[in-house]
Ligand binder design. Structure first.
Ligand code: AHR
Length: 493
């Protein structure tokens, strides 16, 4: 494997930290038991009901934004049910996720105050399928307006004087499916109406409105949105893509075969083609790249853990998930001119989670560790790294074994993240560095004995990053020996 890293003195392209965003839906044990345990009747240490262990772990991760309350749930959610005294809030049925009763004890104040604790930016997903324009406009006024108004006064009555100034707003979710089964043309018209009234009450530099985007390779959807929505009404177009083997036969999360691993990686790497093609469409209508592509749902999706509620989407997280995370984040970094925000699905106890909880216990998954190792790229200057990779083969099919991305941070440190997805072979990579002389190199690696390994509540530190000694620097030549199925992040200075 060979590579070329270019280190120009000036680079104007930044890897937005928002690429490293997260997603918390009212789904299974994501909110209740995951983020939130309530203030009463719990021995779990918390701050206003939010778990302290989770806050500490997510602050270390440096999560830049958090999307809430859905997903599909968003288009059934009426925010006024989640404000005011908790005992007076109505209960509803969570129709999409297990048909469980939702008591609305975690609502707008709970979420936005939690974002302050986490030092992260909220991304509110608005209801446009079962909610009227007025309801969404009211929500914006409630959370963002500093002056006197019906909604800001209601906020004050509920104990919050200062507005939260929420910048990121989603207008509907998966409008082609759970968000109303709309056509692209119909959704684009509806979007125009909602986006008109989702306006900047604070004059604080404008809201960032994100249109419900395409389902994977539905290029028609992106084309219609870009053509039919005026540029002054939109800041981001979403895209959802999951690494799923087959929607009817997703396969287990831990006892998967190598063929299932290979297929998962095929689906994950397809993200690169998807972004190229959606970007090419966006470039036709927005050559200056003003509108961001927001991949606000991505990750691996398997069968639920045996014995758990199928509607709760609880799955374990192995080295396969570390491979999905590392390769996908490399893809996003390398498309950071257009992809300026993304949200892993989901943060806690749902799909490709970074944290799993069991009552008072909490563990960090391999995906957590990859995102933590990669957070050095947040808001750093992107550096072009080209890698010519050997193949990882399965029968007649092949995938590039090695992927990478690189950046230089504000302190002048260069970081290179490399992933070898080959399940059996180590990969030697030689990278020629053009434009900089480095004296020192250090690194960390995430790997394990078996691809199927994971962190359990009995053995929570089974997989964790270790110091990496497999990189050598001689003049302009960097050589790295990547173990099988490993993620390596190098620091050069
Ligand atoms: O992340 C789980 C679900 O997947 C979301 O609610 C929905 O948007 C997507 O289909």
């Amino acid at each position: 494997n060979s590579g070329e890293l270019k280190v120009p003195t000036n680079t104007d392209r930044v890897i937005s930290r928002h690429i490293y965003g997260h997603f918390a839906e009212h789904l299974g044990r994501s909110i209740y038991g995951g983020f939130y345990v309530g203030e009463d009747n719990t021995k779990i240490p918390n701050t206003r009901g939010v778990r302290n262990d989770v806050v500490a772990a997510l602050k270390t991760l440096k999560i830049p934004n958090l999307r809430w309350p859905g997903g599909c749930f968003a288009d059934t959610y009426h925010w006024k049910h989640g404000i005011g005294p908790k005992e007076e809030r109505p209960t509803i049925v969570n129709a999409w996720w297990g048909g469980v009763t939702e008591d609305n004890s975690f609502g707008t104040h709970d979420f936005l105050n939690m974002c302050e604790l986490l030092e992260t930016e909220p991304y509110l997903a608005g209801n446009m399928a079962t909610g009227l324009v007025q309801e969404l406009a009211d929500w914006v006024q409630y959370v963002n307006f500093a002056g006197e108004s019906p909604m800001s006064n209601l906020r004050r009555e509920n104990g919050r004087d200062e507005p939260w100034n929420v910048k990121y707003w989603g207008i509907g979710n998966e409008a082609w499916g759970c968000g109303g089964n709309m056509t692209a043309e119909y959704y684009a018209n509806e979007y125009r109406k909602y986006a008109t009234f989702v306006s900047d009450w604070t004059n604080s530099g404008g809201l960032f409105r994100i249109a419900s985007g395409a389902n994977s390779a539905d290029y028609h959807w992106t084309e219609v949105l870009m053509k039919n929505i005026p540029k002054n009404l939109i800041e981001g177009v979403a895209l959802h893509h999951y690494a799923v083997i087959d929607w009817d036969k997703k396969g287990p999360s831990t006892t998967f075969t190598e063929q299932q691993y290979f297929t998962t990686m095929q689906r994950a790497l397809f993200m690169d083609e998807l972004i190229n093609k959606h970007t090419a469409i966006m470039d036709q209508y927005d050559p200056e790249k003003k509108i961001a592509l927001v991949v606000d749902e991505w990750g691996g999706w398997y069968e639920v853990e045996p014995g758990t509620n199928p509607g709760f989407l609880y799955q374990q997280n192995t080295m396969r998930d570390a491979m999905i995370a590392g390769t996908t984040l490399n893809i996003f970094n390398n498309h950071s001119d257009r992809v300026r925000m993304a949200n892993l699905a989901q943060t806690i106890n749902v799909l490709q989670a970074v944290i799993l909880t069991d009552e008072e216990k909490m563990l960090l998954t391999p995906t957590y560790h990859v995102m933590e190792m990669y957070n050095v790229h947040q808001d750093a200057s992107w550096l072009p790294l080209n890698i010519k990779s050997q193949d990882y083969t399965m029968g007649n099919e092949k995938l590039p074994a090695v992927s990478g991305s690189a950046s230089r941070d504000k302190n002048g440190l260069t970081h290179i993240s490399l992933v070898n997805i080959d399940s059996k072979k180590a990969q030697d990579v030689t990278i020629n560095i053009d434009g900089a002389k480095y004296k020192n190199i250090t690194g960390r690696a995430l790997t394990s004995k078996k691809l199927q390994d994971y962190n359990s509540f009995d053995n929570p530190n089974n997989i964790k990053p270790e110091n990496f000694k497999g990189a050598r620097l001689r003049g302009n030549n960097l050589t790295v020996k990547l173990p099988p199925f490993s993620v390596v992040v190098l620091e050069l200075k």
